[in-house]
Ligand binder design. Structure first.
Ligand code: ZN
Length: 189
């Protein structure tokens, strides 16, 4: 039996779980608007912080047999992103590693889902044949954002040394540093 293709934007959750199928991928951060908005724009670069960054994710379906012949439909999700956030101590960008991992129980009907969700420790959602995994994954990453992002050790406000990101990400030279080099002058050497 050929494995069936599942669409992460319109996932048939029950079929996915019955097959014990899994999906994984990477999405550009720019496609996750709400998450991209919480990322800090790189200062002075004129570049959107979301550009070039990605969210890596994977999802696995599970049909869990219960006593009496019934079964539960589960989705196990994990996602990972590295986001430039604003350090709450020095207000400069800090790359925060954000990991989300959660399991969802799916039941038939919104009412049943709301009831169960309130009563149990599990996250319960209404079963759907067209689940948008991107919405769900973005929600989880937003929940996993650090409340107070900050550097372990903040940099001093001196000009930064060249990073691997290259010259584009580098801060402009300190005006006084330029002045000093003018005063010194190459011909005096
Ligand atoms: Zn800092």
């Amino acid at each position: 039996m050929a494995a069936r293709e599942f669409d992460p934007f319109r996932l048939d959750v029950e079929a996915f779980a019955k097959e014990g199928a899994s999906l994984a991928g990477r999405w550009p951060l720019a496609q996750l608007d709400r998450l991209g908005e919480s990322a800090l724009a790189e200062p002075d670069s004129g570049v959107d912080a979301a550009s070039g960054r990605e969210v890596a994710w994977q999802v696995r379906g599970e049909l869990r047999a219960l006593r009496g012949g019934d079964s539960q439909i589960w989705l196990h999700l994990s996602a990972h992103a590295e986001l430039p956030l604003e350090c709450q101590r020095c207000l400069k960008p800090v790359i925060s590693v954000v990991n989300a991992a959660r399991s969802f129980l799916f039941v038939r009907g919104e009412d049943a889902a709301a009831q169960l969700d309130a009563d149990s420790e599990d996250d319960v959602l209404a079963l759907t044949r067209a689940l948008d995994l991107r919405e769900l994954i973005e929600d989880e990453l937003l929940l996993a954002l650090p409340l107070v992002p900050r550097h372990d050790v903040c940099q001093s406000p001196l000009p930064m040394s060249a990073a691997d990101d290259g010259a584009a990400a580098e801060a402009p030279p300190h005006p006084f540093a330029e002045l000093a080099s003018l005063k010194r002058g190459p011909r005096l050497n």
